[in-house]
Write a protein that binds this ligand. Structure first.
Ligand code: FMN
Length: 296
């Protein structure tokens, strides 16, 4: 894609975005080192309030979330000790545990809802980091006393970022090439094999950019979107790769929920219309179809 592409201009240099979420999404990056301060009571109160809002996703699941705060007493302190992150996360005062239900679209629902909570945390100036692999889920699941059919595929620390990322944190960023994102012409298509032109993508440009910036497991960025500009429909696919392990496939499904969340928050800010549907006949050979955003 040439230099003139609308996607190549840093968002801050383009017309001011009227989406509050776009700005938050733009500045978000995973944080693995925190300054150990407990959450300010006001921040904690807002987060707790946020959890009571019971965000619902277009995937129709019932994921739920728990805050585990180091400062709320011995019991939670013990749980944090159990929430072993193999030394990847340092100094976090609080964790968010994502509790997934054994439902058809459980992982996508969890991805969508948990990312909504994490972006609210970012909005408060807190650092976050999705952890799907580098934490021991069994101990924390035992501690929370999950019901039949529930599991914890991911958690995130919540806290105030330290001035400097630890050596381990920096290593993770380098290993996952975290700062890199795939170019738009490898993610957004007007039809399979044909990248969207700037004109076709223009009406959705901010929401598409929000998808492009989304966090993903190992920075895999599995999302592939087909933009049907005439019909006002965006179809969400993944690149169809299945992980070598079940857990990798699970993470990719969570990634798809995160992408849908980013798209929804921004499109809703900019153009409050439409909704989500699973459409019969949306298929691309080699890709996996998830859902479509209609009426945009
Ligand atoms: C579902 C999911 C699982 C992740 N699991 C881990 C993990 O186990 N350990 C870790 O350090 N980072 C993990 N990450 C963070 C990604 O590595 C990170 O989002 C990606 O490299 C992009 O970097 P950024 O978030 O700074 O933009 C995960 C991200 C997602 C979305």
């Amino acid at each position: 894609m040439g230099k003139t592409s609308l996607f190549n201009t840093p968002m801050t240099e383009t017309q001011p975005a009227s989406s509050q979420w776009l700005e938050i999404i733009d500045r978000r990056k995973s944080c693995r080192t925190f300054d150990s301060r407990p959450l300010r009571p006001e921040d904690r109160r807002i987060l707790e309030q946020c959890l009571t809002l019971n965000f619902r996703s277009p995937f129709g699941g019932t994921s739920r979330f728990r805050l585990l705060d180091l400062d709320t007493g011995r019991k939670d302190r013990e749980s944090i000790r159990r929430l072993d992150t193999y030394g990847v996360i340092k100094g976090a005062s609080c964790f968010l545990a994502g509790i997934m239900q054994d439902q058809a679209w459980g992982p996508e629902d969890m991805g969508f809802c948990m990312e909504t909570v994490l972006l609210h945390a970012e909005r408060l100036g807190l650092g976050t980091c999705w952890l799907g692999a580098t934490f021991r889920s069994r101990l924390i699941a035992e501690y929370l006393g999950l019901s039949e059919g529930e599991s914890i595929p991911a958690v995130s620390p919540l806290g105030y970022p330290a001035a400097k990322e630890s050596a381990t944190g920096s290593l993770f960023k380098i290993a996952a090439r975290s700062a890199r994102r795939r170019p738009p012409d490898t993610l957004f298509f007007s039809q399979p094999g044909r990248p969207s032109s700037d004109a076709e993508a223009e009406p959705y440009r901010h929401a598409l950019e929000a998808v492009r910036m989304a966090p993903s497991s190992r920075n895999g960025q599995p999302w592939r979107l087909v933009v049907d500009e005439k019909a006002g429909i965006i179809h969400f696919f993944s690149n169809g790769k299945t992980g070598r392990r079940v857990s990798e496939t699970l993470m990719r499904r969570i990634d798809m929920g995160i992408a849908a969340c980013h798209f929804e928050l921004v499109i809703r800010d900019l153009n409050g219309e439409g909704g989500w549907e699973r459409l019969d006949g949306a298929a691309v050979p080699g890709w996996t179809y998830f859902i479509s955003r209609v009426g945009v």
